[in-house]
Design a protein around this ligand. Structure first.
Ligand code: HOZ
Length: 419
């Protein structure tokens, strides 16, 4: 007999491509049907059949405080009474912008947009407008959303589908996207040597988290900072995942590096569709209406999304111990994987077990993973009430709502699912 999730999936497939609104949700890489979700609270998520799971997807990162966090929900409910969208500025947008700048005090200005994809696409346009150069460098396996120019050897759902590029992107759109290897300085140097005074920016996930979690090797981010400075190019940190997660100040604070621009998404919106790009004043002032780089949006700075973002960031700002708590819990999970002989990478509260012998430090290492073994582990975890990302190439997110009981249950499931 079919489950309710299976029936809902069948029904969805008639009207939505693949039955999902984002490919990785279809669970194809783990050879089973997806869960359809009914609701979530704290660290737990409930499917349409009433099954309960400890959730390490956490909406792919935003729910750092856990689901339905009371202060966020209350504020959002209250804001709804005042109307859902105006398409005009509100005071709250400035409040959120100032909160973001408190996290990255070396930055001056913020633009609010709706998704990480939009934030990165816009930041790159700004970098090109500012430097008056066309080319950018991205890293193989880094994922920066689904805008045309960035769907080149990208991670996340493209890796799940075993096809790191997308059809439908004309060659010309990606001709200015140069590819380097993450953690490989020579590959970056070679591109600067071959394209003198042509590179507008390097865009990088400071911790790669869309090919599974791959940390930057010692000195790699410093190297990117130096080489961009030397060549008059900008350094853009894509902190859609790491922002407000590795610390309140994100990866730039965590690693002590000051990029020229940062993109935020996920946590910054408290679970609502909100993202941002930030930069120094001289860079950001190329954006219209001050400058000539155009970027706009009816729902940009949406009052409900902004409210959720403000409330979540206020909690993170006022209780910085959250970061040591979530890191500690992630460290316990890391230890459990190691004890089971599984390779694991962890940075703060982001972690990934890798089904491959030996260290994983690069995109080429990631590609050697045994995705069938991952699928078996995933199904084992799910059967034991633990919901992790349905792909070898995504991160596990630990939240402040995960409690000791959740962690113990997860450790037990890891032991039983990795045999
Ligand atoms: N690109 C997201 C993970 N890195 C997937 C988002 C989703 O499916 O919700």
């Amino acid at each position: 007999m079919s489950t309710r999730s299976e029936c809902l999936f069948e029904d969805a497939k008639h009207v939505i491509p693949g039955g999902v609104n984002s490919p990785v949700r279809a669970f194809r890489a783990v050879e089973r049907n997806p869960l359809f979700i009914k609701n979530a609270k704290g660290s737990h998520i409930f499917d349409a059949d009433g099954n309960e799971y400890v959730d390490y997807v956490c909406s792919w990162g935003p729910m750092i405080l856990g689901h339905a966090y009371p202060a966020v929900i209350e504020a959002v409910k209250k804001a709804c009474d005042d109307g859902l969208s105006y398409g005009a500025p509100t005071e709250k947008e400035t409040i959120l912008a100032k909160l973001i700048l408190e996290a990255v005090p070396f930055m001056d200005k913020v633009r609010l947009v709706n998704s990480g994809t939009e934030a990165v696409m816009s930041a790159i346009r700004v970098a090109r407008g500012y430097t008056k150069r066309d080319k950018i460098i991205k890293f193989r396996g880094n994922y920066h959303g689904h805008s045309d120019g960035l769907l080149v050897t990208a991670g996340s759902g493209l890796l799940t589908e075993s096809n790191p590029d997308s059809a439908g992107v004309p060659k010309g759109y990606t001709a200015t996207t140069l590819l380097a290897d993450y953690n490989d300085r020579q590959s970056v140097e070679a591109l600067f040597n071959a394209n003198p005074e042509e590179i507008a920016a390097i865009i990088v996930e400071p911790v790669s988290a869309n090919m599974g979690v791959v940390p930057p090797e010692n000195g790699f981010l410093e190297f990117l900072r130096e080489i961009t400075k030397k060549n008059g190019s900008l350094l853009i940190f894509d902190e859609v995942i790491t922002g407000f997660r590795l610390s309140f100040g994100g990866a730039s604070e965590y690693f002590g590096i000051k990029p020229d621009m940062i993109t935020f998404g996920k946590i910054v919106g408290g679970g609502m569709p909100l993202a941002a790009y930030v930069g120094r004043a001289d860079i950001m002032d190329v954006v219209a209406p001050v400058g000539s780089v155009y970027q706009a949006g009816t729902l940009s700075g949406n009052p409900i999304a902004v409210t959720a973002g403000i409330e979540q960031l206020k909690v993170l700002k006022n209780d910085k111990d959250i970061y040591s708590r979530i890191d500690q819990k992630a460290a316990e999970l890391e230890k459990a994987y190691k004890e089971c002989g599984i390779t694991v990478n962890r940075v703060g509260s982001l972690l990934s077990p890798f089904f491959k012998e030996g260290a994983v430090t690069s995109y080429s290492d990631v590609l050697k993973c045994d995705t069938n073994a991952f699928g078996k582990y995933f199904r084992g975890m799910l059967q034991r009430g633990i919901y992790v990302a349905p792909s070898q190439f995504e991160a596990m997110f630990v939240s402040d709502a995960h409690n000791d009981e959740d962690i113990e249950k997860t450790i037990q499931a890891i032991k039983e699912s990795t045999i």
